[in-house]
Design a binder for this molecule. Sequence first.
Ligand SMILES: NC(=O)c1ccc[n+]([C@@H]2O[C@H](COP(=O)([O-])OP(=O)(O)OC[C@H]3O[C@@H](n4cnc5c(N)ncnc54)[C@H](OP(=O)(O)O)[C@@H]3O)[C@@H](O)[C@H]2O)c1
Length: 243
Amino acid sequence: MASYNVAVVGATGAVGQMMCRVLEERNFPVKTLRPLASKRSYGKKITFKDSEYEVEVLTDDSFKNIDIALFSAGSDTSLKYAPKAVASGATVIDNSSAFRMDPGVPLVVPEINKSAISSHKGIIANPNCSTIQMVLALKPLDDAYKLKRIVVSTYQAVSGTGKTAIEELLNQSKAALKGEPTVSAVYPHQIAFNVLPHIDVFESDGGTKEEKKMVMETRKIMDLPDLAITATAVRVPVINCHS
Ligand SMILES: NC(=O)c1ccc[n+]([C@@H]2O[C@H](COP(=O)([O-])OP(=O)(O)OC[C@H]3O[C@@H](n4cnc5c(N)ncnc54)[C@H](OP(=O)(O)O)[C@@H]3O)[C@@H](O)[C@H]2O)c1
């Protein structure tokens, strides 16, 4: 069976750690694993299939001999390094929003549009988490009845913002329960014992970029460019589980 040299960019993050776990759980044929992160993670180690791997600092040369590069270190990192990975011969699967709406990049949920993968030119984009969950439920309905309009509200866990947001929720919750003042650094307001109808940045129409992503990405994945969609995205004080 073929096996692959796999790089995980952002391997120390909330998503990157889960990517490594899923590669292991599914027994994906990994020949070598190259965990990559920022200088902050210099010297850190991760365990994968009973072996320890040193986390390497991401550089222009990180993708030598890599077949598959899983990116999950934010859009700026993807924009800068995904083209370098492709130039080195790797296929990039990008979990950030950097390339999702690029007409030359397939945006894929395998259960919905896996045939789009064959058109890739080195980068395959992975959609927003809430969009994935929604289109999985809606595709069979569209096949059977044709969708006219989507009105969706999402309630999203802090894990979607990353490991620092999980720490912020825990620290604020402890402080609030002791009656002490809370500190907000990741979110603009306290998230513990609160809900924030604000995910990603605000757009000029008063909605948020998260809500716009759900609209635009759904249309692209389902190949329904004129589908009417209205989305509301709310951050809620739980660690895991978007709804
Ligand atoms: N598609 C989806 O469903 C979905 C869901 C959640 C998140 N995301 C996306 O996934 C990405 C990561 O999210 P997360 O929740 O895992 O965030 P996180 O917990 O904050 O982790 C960020 C990771 O990126 C690394 N990183 C940050 N800046 C870097 C740089 N300049 N060079 C190299 N590595 C760098 C960090 O390394 P250090 O540890 O060294 O800082 C860390 O490994 C984001 O783009 C986010 O929008 C997508």
